[in-house]
Design a protein around this ligand. Structure first.
Ligand code: ASP
Length: 244
């Protein structure tokens, strides 16, 4: 509770800090930083799309032998809810309900994996952090070699584990990744202004990863009812809470 309170206080005063940092950055780098920022955004969105629509779907197909299309159709409302709240933690009940009622996953599996995943498994967040490092390094002309890339992979994985499932925390833990390779923290101020939409998208990817892993574990442990999974009408009455 204390951490949540501190985070919301920091986020409350963040706009003033961001404004000061941005003014300094634009005074140094100039407005040419806008085009790279758009490229950064597109880079993050593309990487998230590949993770969600290619990597996860291959995992479902190869490791669980279940239909990825059926998964996407049934899981879409949970993704939309995560997108609109940008909060992994808030999606835990809906995620578990959907896995149980629509996909036939045993609650004994999901009640362990979904809260655990919402806390430590944040693929979308580490993807954003990796792209943010490359973007900032290029913008400030900091050269990155193989050792720095390996450091970024390790620290972004750790930072995403330490990220709480609430809005914008990925940006705060990003400072740890920046520090590990000596990048200026002004880079975070630059991307902060456009982070909300990326936060929404990466949260949807974060919680999809949790559900995919849960489905794989359940299938391999024989704890999934395939009749329910393959029934397009199963769990049609699962209620999606109002994000507002
Ligand atoms: N909003 C993200 C989540 O709840 C965390 C982050 O990357 O900021 O999963």
């Amino acid at each position: 509770d204390i951490m949540m309170k501190m985070t919301s206080i920091v986020m409350y005063v963040a706009p003033i800090g961001v404004f000061c940092l941005l003014s300094r950055t634009f005074a140094n780098v100039g407005f040419e930083a806008f085009v790279p920022m758009v490229k950064y955004m597109l880079g993050v969105l593309l990487a998230l799309a590949v993770q969600c629509l290619v990597v996860y779907m291959i995992m479902l197909w190869l490791l669980a032998r279940v239909s990825p299309i059926m998964f996407l159709k049934k899981f879409f409302p949970v993704m939309a809810f995560a997108f609109s709240t940008a909060t992994s933690n808030a999606t835990i009940p809906l995620n578990m309900e959907t896995l149980e009622r629509k996909m036939g996953v045993d609650r004994r599996i999901s009640s362990f994996t979904i809260p655990l995943g919402a806390t430590i498994n944040m693929d979308g967040t580490s993807i954003m952090q990796g792209v943010a490092v490359v973007f900032t390094a290029q913008l400030f002309g900091v050269p990155l070699g193989p050792v720095e890339y390996a450091t970024v992979i390790a620290t972004a994985t750790l930072a995403s584990i330490g990220t709480a499932g609430v809005p914008s925390v990925g940006l705060i833990t990003l400072s740890m990744v920046f520090n590990s390779v000596g990048l200026p923290l002004e880079g975070i101020a630059l991307i902060m202004g456009i982070d909300r939409i990326l936060d929404m998208t990466r949260t949807a990817v974060n919680i999809t990863g949790d559900a995919v892993c849960t489905t794989v574990v359940a299938k391999q442990a024989g704890r999934i009812n395939m009749d329910v999974y393959n029934d397009p009408d199963a769990g049609k009455d699962v209620d999606v809470p109002d994000a507002a």
